[in-house]
Write a protein that binds this ligand. Structure first.
Ligand SMILES: CC(C)(COP(=O)(O)OP(=O)(O)OC[C@H]1O[C@@H](n2cnc3c(N)ncnc32)[C@H](O)[C@@H]1OP(=O)(O)O)[C@@H](O)C(=O)NCCC(=O)NCCS
Length: 283
């Protein structure tokens, strides 16, 4: 069935719409962070879209433009009872139109990968979500609170690994309610950092960026020791073998998988330093 475009309207989301969008993500079982809305929106206040049918919100998509060359799609969801009627495809086209000629990345669920291939996206690698019970570690950590690190140092370190500057997003992400963030500093040089935040279910660590497996492990232990209830989740690029060693060592179980796909050439990222993806929604 083709959607009746007269009654279906796609508009830019406001900050107030973000709760609806993240509720959709929760209903899909994607387990978003409890306070993700504000940080996500800050990443690109023009990059979130709502689909409304006769005034009722029925779907969403995000298209975060990091700079003039790169953007990331996520939160592509239509309420179950409205699927298969062409509304999703209209949201998709609107998001891609917003990102224009940019390289576009996404983390696609297994069921959608063939569709994305038809839309000229190519598989780059797999990301997997790992889960474990929270453990408390009695370690003598040499880490510092990330908020004590000069912000420009964090922005530069993050940009070198992620590939794009994300000043506004990081500022919001590290100061989100009930998030804990730690950094490894040696000789005034930042060598790794990680953030843990409360989610609908348990906690997620993301990002977990580190220059070495030992630093990643120290961050992992210290971050998980800050919280006590619920399972812990870490989203890992499968091609980083050191990250896979980490989740194996801590007996984390794989619970979910996505395909990182790109339209056009993949961006330059230091995946060997990515032990935890920031989020599947924003890249
Ligand atoms: C994915 C989703 C948003 C699509 O919404 P929808 O309204 O059902 O999609 P449409 O009705 O517009 O789809 C029309 C057709 O285009 C296809 N299509 C949808 N999105 C597409 C895309 N991005 N690229 C290519 N084809 C696409 C559909 O498979 C369908 O094909 P068919 O007619 O051969 O079956 C919806 O199924 C959904 O919410 N799924 C659960 C959440 C989810 O998994 N989102 C994707 C995360 S990566």
């Amino acid at each position: 069935m083709i959607a009746n475009s007269k009654n279906f309207v796609i508009r830019q989301a406001s900050l107030n719409d973000m709760d609806f969008i993240l509720e959709l993500a929760e209903q899909e079982g994607w387990n978003p962070g409890l306070h993700d809305a504000a940080s996500f929106f800050t990443a690109d206040p023009h990059g979130f879209f709502i689909g409304e049918l006769e005034g009722k919100k029925i779907g969403s998509i995000s298209a975060v433009a990091y700079d003039e060359y790169f953007g990331f799609l996520g939160l592509y969801i239509v309420l179950p009872e409205y699927r298969g009627q062409g509304f999703g495809m209209q949201l998709w086209k609107r998001a891609l139109a917003y990102l224009g000629e940019r390289t576009v990345g996404l983390d696609g669920v297994v069921a959608q990968q063939e569709n994305y291939k038809r839309s000229h996206f190519v598989l780059a690698y797999k990301n997997s979500r790992y889960q474990a019970p929270i453990h408390s570690f009695s370690t003598s950590s040499t880490l510092v609170d990330l908020t004590d690190v000069p912000f420009h140092i964090l922005v530069e370190y993050d940009e070198a690994i992620f590939g794009f500057s994300r000043v506004a997003f990081l500022k919001s992400w590290i100061s989100a309610p009930r998030a804990f963030c730690f950094a490894k500093i040696e000789n005034e040089k930042l060598l790794g950092y990680g953030i843990i935040r409360p989610c609908v279910q348990g906690y997620k660590i993301g990002p977990l960026f580190a220059d070495s497996p030992a630093i990643a492990e120290e961050l992992y232990q210290t971050l998980s020791s800050k919280v006590s209830d619920g399972p812990l989740f870490l989203d890992v690029p499968e091609i980083n073998t050191s990250a896979i060693h980490l989740v194996t060592k801590y007996a984390m179980k794989k619970v979910f998988e996505t395909a990182r796909m790109y339209r056009k050439l993949p961006p330059q990222q230091l995946l060997e330093k990515v032990y935890g993806v920031t989020t599947f929604e924003l890249g």
